[in-house]
Design a protein. Sequence first.
Lengths: 113, 114
Amino acid sequence: RKEVEQDPGPFNVPEGATVAFNCTYSNSASQSFFWYRQDCRKEPKLLMSVYSSGNEDGRFTAQLNRASQYISLLIRDSKLSDSATYLCVVNGGLGQAGTALIFGKGTTLSVSS
Amino acid sequence: ETGVTQSPTHLIKTRGQQVTLRCSSQSGHNTVSWYQQALGQGPQFIFQYYREEENGRGNFPPRFSGLQFPNYSSELNVNALELDDSALYLCASSKDRANTGELFFGEGSRLTVL
């Protein structure tokens, strides 16, 4: 089982749509959770941290279910500028990886007008 | 900009050669992590350095090695290059080795192995 698994993409949605990304992680000892965004041929950048109680940042809502080892990201009212790859990230790697941040493969979102 | 700088930005090597990639961390950050990102994949963790010592390693062979210097800058060395080593190599710095906060990435070094 991969350490961090994400929905396979791509997601192609029209402007204004609501889209949800799902992610599961394998290490129950993980303590920190994030969503990063990566634009084409650019470096990843933090979109938002994910807290146990769930958290919202404008049009973006992140949820964490520790029992199911599941993380989600909801984007409401999609904009053209939301087109990017969204990376699910978890710390607390397995074995010798220590507390490194482990990235999922990413899910690509394309928003069209 | 994050303040993390990497060099070179692009390079081409041939199989069997060796390469050194460099990274300057953001001011105030004592932890540097290196990632390999192949086309269409997420960043894969190579290793992390905290105060000049390796502090975690991913599933990469020993021909991937690194260093961190007293000013917290870092190098990634890859020996005996293979075609599959072609990728974007990303350096990231953070304030704490537990990685509870944000990682700040450089723009990466794009390596092509022929």
